[in-house]
Each structure stands twice: as C-alpha cells, then as structure tokens.
Ligand binder design. Structure first.
Ligand code: 5GP
Length: 185
C-alpha cells in the first residue's frame, strides 16, 4: 500500500461535515473522495459514481458476501452504506490521500482497520437544536427520516472522544480552516 493518508470525517447527519469535506477536496489536489456504496435512493442532483454508488439491496448484499467492503453498516433501518476496499486501494495506488465522509461507527471501524495511516476527525455541532434547524433547512428528509437522524445524532455524540480530533462547527469558515490545518500537518 502506498503512503497516502486516510482522512476520516465522521459526524451526525446535518453537522456540516459534507460541506467541510467538499471544501478540502477543492483546496487540495492530492485528496480524493472515497465514493461509498449505498442502497438509499439518489437525492435530486446526486450522480451515481460521483456522490455514491447507488446499488440495489441485492447487489449490496452480494458485495457484502464477497467481502468487498472495508466496512459497511445499516446506517438507518433498511438503508445500507459501505466503503469499498477497492475504492481505497485505487486512490492510494494513484499516490493520493483519501477523504471519507462516513458515519461515526463506520469512521471508528476504518480507524481500527487502517491504524496510523488514518486520521479520524469528529465534526460536532454546538448542540442538537442547531442540528435540528440545519436538517430542517436542508429540507431533504421527510419528518420520519428527520426524527431518525436526530435520534441517531444524540447517540453519535457519545463517541466524539474516541476520535483523533474534534472540530466544533460553530462557524463554517473556522471549521474548514481547522480541517485544512489537519490535512497540512
Ligand atoms: P446520507 O444519506 O445523508 O448521504 O448519509 C447518511 C449517513 O451515512 C452520513 O452520516 C454519511 O456520512 C454516512 N455514510 C456515507 N457513506 C458511508 C459509508 O460508506 N459507511 C458508513 N458507515 N457510513 C456512511
């Protein structure tokens, strides 16, 4: 395996981690996004192979059975998400470093798997109320899904101190600045 670093960004949904990850990808040429596989449907504007590999549950389970995932999880009941080992290998082989935008348990699993080659970062919103407002503003979830995401977020906050670094996202520009600093180091 080549010497690239794996930057794992994990956080409850709506904490701004995707925005931070996108800013890093724009800023640093040597960073490449690990495109995950998922069984959820694409949101408007999402492109297969770009945001996710959108798979049927049957295809996803076949890959699980064949051991093609570095980690996978049923992130929400009935919805599977996973990091393909081939995706990580491909990026590292090209000499680049990898950036992950994955949930908290997945992030910890990847850190366990890749050890010192990985830097794990927890992105935290100031509080659950802020998170709720952000998710409502985003408006991409139904009321039931919103409640699911908030319930999960409350659990995920408990894991923050298991990460190598915590970035508190009070102010997006400042949070992006901190993330850039981590990558530069
Ligand atoms: P969304 O449906 O909003 O795109 O993602 C839901 C959650 O799943 C987010 O926290 C996202 O970071 C996480 N996620 C995306 N890809 C993966 C993955 O490959 N593995 C795991 N464990 N979580 C993922």
């Amino acid at each position: 395996m080549s010497k690239g670093t794996l930057f794992i960004f994990s956080a409850p949904s709506g904490s701004g981690k995707t925005t931070i990850v996108q800013a890093l990808l724009k800023k640093f040429d040597h960073l490449e996004f690990s495109v995950s596989a998922t069984t959820r449907s694409p949101r408007p504007g999402e492109i297969n192979g770009d945001h996710y590999y959108f798979l049927e549950a049957k295809e996803f389970k076949e890959k699980m059975r064949k051991g093609e995932f570095a980690e996978w999880e049923e992130v929400y009941p009935g919805f599977f998400y996973g990091t393909l080992a081939s995706e990580v290998e491909r990026i590292l082989q090209s000499g680049n470093s990898v950036v992950f935008d994955i949930d908290v348990v997945g992030g910890l699993n990847l850190k366990k798997l890749y050890g010192d080659q990985a830097v794990s970062v927890f992105v935290q919103t100031p509080d659950l109320e802020t998170l709720k407002n952000r998710l409502m503003l985003r408006g991409t979830e139904s009321e039931a899904d919103l409640q699911k995401r908030l319930g999960k977020a409350a659990q995920e906050l408990e894991f923050a101190d298991k990460f190598d670094h915590i970035i508190i996202n009070n102010n997006l520009d400042a949070a992006i600045g901190k993330a850039e600093e981590l990558v530069r180091k």
